[in-house]
Design a protein around this ligand. Sequence first.
Ligand SMILES: *Cc1c(COP(=O)(O)O)cnc(C)c1O
Length: 452
Amino acid sequence: MTSVEKRQRTILKRIGSEFSMEKWSDWRWQVKHAIRDVQTFEELTGVEFSEMERRKLDEVVDHFPLSITPYYLSLIDVKDYSRDPVFQQAFPSMAELNIDKADHVDPLSEDKDSPTPGITHRYPDRVLFHVSNTCAMYCRHCTRKRKVGDVDSIPSRDVLQRGIEYIRRHPEVRDVLLSGGDPFMMSDSRLDWLLTELKRIPHIEVLRIGTRTPVVLPYRITDKLVTILRKHQPIWVNTHFNHPRELTNTSRRALRMLADAGVPLGNQSVLLAGINDCQRIVKRLVHKLVQNRVRPYYLYQCDLSEGLTHFRTPVSKGIEIVESLIGHTSGFAVPTYVIDAPGGGGKIPVMPNYLISWSTNKVVLRNYEGVICTYKEPDTYEPNFCDRNCEACHLQLNLEDADEFGNVGVLKLLSDEAASLTPSCNRRIARRRSYKKKEQLRKASEEKAKRA
Ligand SMILES: *Cc1c(COP(=O)(O)O)cnc(C)c1O
């Protein structure tokens, strides 16, 4: 028996059920027996807090809900729990009550970009759809910390229906990302219904599901669920492993079931102080992920949500980790390191610099080893300046295949549609507008005087 199995038996015994792997591996049983208060945690693990600690921790739990599945609990090494990566992600810390000046309840302005409840429409061609408000385990580093678990519930069919309506009315949306909470907390039948409704919208090309169940509730990945997903392909599933320890036999089995069903798998990690802010840990993690057919997708800089100060690292740590991966390991094992822009600007990729200099027809680059090289650009490039006049272009773009809903942002500059982009709060431009207005008023009154 492995040490994890031993711990599972102990937890089961303490919960008071006869030991049965059948109960343990039933995801509903796991959800029903999730640990939701400090006292139960103490009873099941044998860890003891002082009266004062307990009171403080209860206060934290009042602010930010606690829930740990018995499965995820069994991964904690109780003997050295305080530095354990699973414990730190799942169990409240008094540090969560520290609120920094820069912290926000909604740092990514998901509410401001929400046209209808549940939908965040930020990017031109894709939307985020919050289809559940609940999770099997509440990550202590959750960016939606203040919102999840508020009303531990799945939105009604009615609310979901309105989200679906919004998507139906927006033909530019080709990709819908189901998130929450955790979409896999929905019942099979509700999920099947939702996917069917979304798939019936002609302009939806792909669906994505963001879920942490393969990490915290791997038993959720059942044959039935996989059959539903297969029916609605293409569905991409992004999961959330942060530490190599989380890739247990059970979670690897869940990943195998998804991959065997032809579901492309990605992983989004969060860079967390004291948990995975180490290049060797992240490298081990990405290697284990690709071994299990999961492509590392994003590595997130920790957001500015309330209660996360103790998890944040400087940005330099993320760059250092990416530096340790690019060139050193398989290209597809390297996630994109991103900062989700406070205020709702979306994800911004951040990388070490590889472009050292640039002259006419020549770029100077460095590689991962520090070797500096030059790349000579062609002398005779037939410039194919793109002014978006596709009818006149000699390249063979089949206009039927081209989806074009107008240029956005920096692309406007590249296509000659604009020479500059100005933030709406720019004071100099605001002054200009006021001069112009004054001038118009002056002219109007002159005209009036003349006519009189
Ligand atoms: C992350 C995110 C997406 C998806 O972004 P990708 O870079 O395409 O993965 C879409 N909408 C919102 C609001 C997001 O935060």
